[in-house]
Design a protein around this ligand. Sequence first.
Ligand SMILES: [Zn+2]
Length: 330
Amino acid sequence: MIMTAERQRPTAVTLPKTATVTVGLDVGGTKTEALLVDEDRQPLAQTQCPTDTTSPEGVMDSIVTAVNTALEEVGIAPAQIGAIGIGVPGLVRPQDGAVQLAANLNLQEYALGEAVTAVFPAPVILENDVRLAAIGAYQHLRVQQPIQHMAYLSIGTGIAAGVVLDGRLWRGAYGMAGEIGHIVVEPDGAICACGQRGCLETIASGPAIAGMAARLMRPNPVINLTADNVYQAAQAGDSVAQTIVQHVSYYLSHAIQWLIMSYDVEKVVLGGGVAQSGSAFLDPILSELSRMRAESRLAETMLGADKIMLLPYGFNAGVWGAITLAQKGD
Ligand SMILES: [Zn+2]
């Protein structure tokens, strides 16, 4: 497979040969993104390349290509890398740098941390991609306001949350804290990829929204409707799309309520592919929360609209979270 790394944000920075840099990586099912920062977290280079998921070696090649392209851009030697943080969509063991299962990357029980250290001799820390995005979103928010407790809810191909409590990522006993996409909300509902019926993910994920649209909106068979098409159609006044969006928003507003009532967070930040529909995505959720507030004093106290926000458009929380974790070393 030919790897062509796309260069972004070209920079004229030249660092002394003794400077140490940190690498943040977000290894997704379609693309691998790398961010290189200096000791003051100033971005030096950001690159991305397609992820080759045909084999573990392919995934490694993608990582090496993304990192080398970033290093070459600013003329830095691999020996100057101080630490590497990597986000992976799946179940990981941060303590030994292994990917237990990442279906979209075709990895199972793979010692990714070890493989990366063999190429770039630096400490490598691995974490689930949504948890890393939670750390990235938290750091981003913290610059603007004092905040200690936050949940990041990612709505994309899957649904999951990352929870930051007292300024630290909350992993839980098995690294599963925040996997709310698999909370059963319709016990007689559709079968989920996890084997249960009626998980939140079977209703409100991108593919679930697109599937509902395919059943209800009678699309042109040539055009595959996406979740974004549904949100845009709803905003443009399509009544069937509005019904779908209302249904999805009902469940997502409840997911936000679970996060707030379970963890008493100050903010819930919404991100992921589906959230990129922007106000068409957010406004119906805010309306649903407003309805909940009108019916209950408790909801009025706990579910204020000021607690809910979208991840800023274009901000790559995943790679920034990877940088933070790599620099902190935990
Ligand atoms: Zn499930």
